[in-house]
Write a protein that binds this ligand. Structure first.
Ligand SMILES: C[S@@+](CC[C@H](N)C(=O)[O-])C[C@H]1O[C@@H](n2cnc3c(N)ncnc32)[C@H](O)[C@@H]1O
Length: 211
């Protein structure tokens, strides 16, 4: 089943506009230079988020989990010139590599790249966000959700990645991490503070719109 999903994603990429040369470079170098290249979000999800955020006319975007910056650049490419994305990465090597790519981006002022544990940074951030992408350690999804929902504007959106956990969510509930993801999915689906939509895009993406 997952091979078919991979084939369908490959077909979708072939039948979409090509990503920019910088995004192609980030993807290529992520596979050459990192140990877990499969953490990259990739073309379909990156462009989906970028189009969505652009349609919302979001001015302030926050990403938890930069990795090599693929989603960051995808989004930044589509932001208005006065808008910006802040991205936080705990791993110094990933942060360093992402920053190399950000330096090549034509409008680097749109990207605020922070090295550190997002848990140490988000509480002191005195900002109201239009869009937040939670894409760090999946066990921490609920922590970020509770801390960041008050900092999201009404009508703003939180996106949470990997909510289907490679299909394990349907199969292996003995695994602690899968259980935590499943618990989070159930919680937000019935949370009156948000409208929730889980999309079976790639590894599963939930969109949570603050009421
Ligand atoms: C799935 S990857 C992110 C993928 C990325 N958004 C992209 O577009 O390719 C998850 C990243 O979150 C980072 N991370 C994990 N825990 C974190 C934390 N507490 N604070 C900041 N970053 C964290 C990991 O080091 C990893 O690089």
């Amino acid at each position: 089943m997952y091979q078919q999903a991979a084939d369908i994603e490959a077909y979708s990429i072939l039948h979409s506009s090509a990503p920019s040369s910088l995004l192609q470079k980030i993807e290529r170098e992520t596979y050459l230079r990192t140990l877990q290249p499969n953490m990259i979000s990739g073309c379909v999800q990156g462009q989906f988020l970028a189009w969505f955020i652009s349609a919302m006319d979001a001015k302030k975007v926050l990403e938890i989990g930069t990795f090599t910056g693929y989603t960051t650049v995808s989004i930044a490419e589509k932001l208005q010139s006065a808008a910006s994305i802040t991205t936080i990465e705990i791993n110094p090597e990933s942060h360093w590599l992402a920053n190399q790519f950000f330096e090549e981006f034509s409008e680097p002022q749109k990207i605020n790249s922070i090295l550190g544990n997002a848990m140490d940074h988000i509480e002191s951030m005195d900002e109201t966000w239009d869009f937040i992408l939670i894409d760090a350690a999946k066990k921490d999804n609920d922590y970020y959700y509770e801390k960041l929902l008050p900092k999201l504007r009404s009508g703003g959106i939180i996106a949470v990645d990997n909510v289907l956990w490679k299909g394990k969510i349907l199969e292996n509930l003995d695994d602690k991490r899968t259980q935590l993801i499943d618990r989070f999915n159930k919680k937000v689906a019935s949370d009156d503070r948000v409208e929730s939509l889980m999309i079976p895009l790639r590894d599963g993406l939930t969109l949570l719109r603050k009421r």
